[in-house]
Ligand binder design. Structure first.
Ligand SMILES: C[S@@+](CC[C@H](N)C(=O)[O-])C[C@H]1O[C@@H](n2cnc3c(N)ncnc32)[C@H](O)[C@@H]1O
Length: 211
């Protein structure tokens, strides 16, 4: 079942690029954090790339980085391809279900991973698979960034977040915001540590590295 999300009606322009307002809004703060935590060059594996807006704007702004977009939904590939047009450091999108245990086994190691606005849309078991896969795919000195909304001590941090969490649960009781402490515990089990950074609109950017 496809979810009804705030960006579900995002328009597609004449060149095939979908424009999700949330991706346009959060691109600058996410890029600023990436610029703080990444070395000048490397290979980035992005999970749940969606429209491909982030792949394009971050690849343009990080000239030493080669970008691998992925998504579980092949319907996203047209937009990702359209956004990547003319940027040779973005590889063709790959099909990847990051909620499937073992997804990282055959992907090799990456200098960085990026996951934006995925964990609240999938069940806990799938979120565990995402976090464990990061441990497998992340090179020993690598950095991962997981961005999105989280519960803190089991609570939403604003009325808008509480309403969005409830709307997700109403569509599928297995999904919804994950608690920050729960995510950190899953990461610790996988040998990873996360430093939370406050981001606009009550979101967090979790900067993840091997212990
Ligand atoms: C809200 S969109 C976020 C897209 C993009 N990261 C952004 O911030 O604009 C969520 C994306 O997650 C993808 N997705 C959902 N479940 C997934 C899974 N198990 N593995 C990989 N991608 C998944 C969806 O297809 C969709 O493109």
């Amino acid at each position: 079942m496809s979810l009804r999300l705030p960006d579900s009606g995002a328009p597609t322009d004449a060149s095939g690029r979908r424009h999700a307002p949330s991706a346009a809004r959060n691109a600058a703060p996410i890029l600023a954090l990436l610029q703080q935590i990444l070395p000048p060059a490397g290979r980035m594996l992005e999970l749940a790339s969606g429209t491909g807006q982030h792949a394009r704007s971050f690849a343009d702004a990080l000239p030493g980085w080669h970008w691998q977009p992925t998504d579980v939904n092949p319907d996203t590939f047209g937009s990702i391809t359209a956004w990547a047009e003319g940027q040779p450091r973005i590889a063709p999108a790959r099909l990847l279900d990051a909620g499937q245990p073992g997804w990282a086994a055959d992907l090799g190691q990456w200098d960085a991973l990026l996951v934006v606005n995925l964990l609240h849309l999938i069940p806990e078991k799938a979120a565990c698979a995402v976090l464990q896969g990061i441990a497998t795919a992340l090179a020993p000195a690598g950095r991962a960034l997981v961005y999105g909304p989280f519960l803190r001590d089991g609570r939403a941090t604003s009325e808008g977040d509480a309403a969005f969490h409830a709307a997700l649960r109403a569509q599928n009781p297995a999904i919804g915001y994950k608690d920050l402490a729960w995510v950190q515990a899953q990461l610790a089990t996988a040998g990873l540590q996360a430093t939370p950074h406050d981001m606009p609109a009550n979101n967090l950017g979790l900067v993840i590295f091997h212990l």
